[in-house]
Design a protein around this ligand. Structure first.
Ligand code: SAM
Length: 330
């Protein structure tokens, strides 16, 4: 039943989020069914059903006649809070959900559904600005929680200069620089992404330690040099194998001897029968990209083929990554 009707829960969450229910309830003692109906212009029947469903899902808690935010909602679903997850909820609901209605087409055509490969070079090419902002917010939301886990699991204490290739909203860099005082980072991303990210870095008060480098890792012959480690967080799943190999090769060339490449992603098991989050993200990559979620064995083979040695695999558990594959340059 949960497999068949999973969308009931996800649509309840995304609709309550779209109504800004959790942001409105933040810091209050809650809302009654009558107040909810009045606030959103609903009849009492749907107001009661919505609040009941949110409470059943652990998104609200009932205290007497009032429904208040649960600790989960208060932490992740209130706009403006540090771990706000709403960007990903919006993207999953507005962009992924409609496309998944046509999953069968993607399976048959082996082509992305959310953009037009005949007109665009990738999902990052020529998107409308609203969708781009949604995508960027979604990546930040997914990565800010994941970055805390990454910072615990992987030892960044000896790294002085990190190049974050496709660094997006700089979520990883903000967390890592806050955690490791010796660290400076460069976010390398497309020009219009860097423009959005500049504000995030300034808001975090880290403009003196996180710089931006505009570039295109497919078109640029070289990546910026002068860094002792490179991070590829949620990057390679977007690309087909030949592009992944080219990106990994450019990372190798940009690193000095002793440098490290850290690939952080939702890794598929080498046995290719799980885990569920990586396997389903991989299908999401079918509708969004030419990529897929790769296995540790695939990454290890690609890293070795360009010259990396002493390949390490570190496992962890986070929304956007379940492990890191690390290669060392001799
Ligand atoms: C899935 S997001 C991951 C963002 C970030 N690394 C993180 O973990 O949150 C992929 C990122 O790759 C960037 N990107 C896509 N194509 C690129 C290209 N050709 N050159 C540089 N960056 C690119 C996107 O703009 C986006 O920020």
């Amino acid at each position: 039943m949960a497999l068949v009707t999973g969308f009931w829960a996800s649509k309840t969450l995304s609709t309550a989020h779209e109504l800004q229910l959790f942001t409105c309830l933040s810091g209050t003692s809650g809302i009654t069914i009558d107040e909810c109906a009045a606030q959103y212009g609903m009849a009492l029947r749907p107001a009661e059903m919505l609040l009941t469903a949110c409470a059943a899902l652990g998104l609200l808690e009932r205290h007497g006649e009032h429904y208040a935010n649960s600790p989960l909602s208060e932490e992740y679903l209130v706009r403006g809070k540090p771990l706000y997850f709403g960007g990903w909820i919006e993207m999953a609901d507005r962009r992924e959900y409609p496309a998944w209605m046509h999953l069968k087409d993607a399976l048959r055509t082996n082509r992305p559904l959310t953009w037009d490969p005949d007109r665009q070079t990738s999902l990052f090419d020529g998107e409308d600005p609203t969708l781009l902002a949604t995508f960027w917010e979604a990546m930040y939301a997914l990565s800010i929680t994941t970055s805390w886990v990454l910072a615990e699991a992987v030892d960044f204490s000896s790294i002085k200069k990190l190049l974050d290739v496709g660094g997006g909203g700089a979520a990883n860099d903000i967390t890592l620089c806050n955690r490791f005082p010796q660290l400076e980072a460069t976010v390398y991303d497309l020009d219009f992404v860097c423009a959005l990210t500049k504000k995030k870095i300034e808001q975090a008060g880290l403009a003196d330690r996180i710089r931006l480098a505009e570039g295109d890792f497919l078109k640029d012959a070289k990546l910026p040099s002068g860094h002792d480690a490179i991070l590829l967080s949620k990057i390679l799943l977007d690309w087909a194998e030949a592009d992944c190999m080219a990106i990994i090769g450019k990372c190798y060339d940009a690193l000095p001897p002793g440098g490290r490449l850290i690939i952080s992603d939702l890794l598929v098991d080498d046995s290719k029968d799980g885990p569920v989050d990586a396997a389903l993200m991989s299908l999401n990559m079918l509708i969004e990209t030419w990529g897929r979620n790769y296995t540790t064995a695939e990454y290890a083979a690609w890293l070795t083929s360009v010259g990396f040695v002493d390949i390490e695999v570190i496992r962890f558990d986070a929304p956007a990554a379940n492990g890191a594959v690390i290669g060392h340059k001799r």
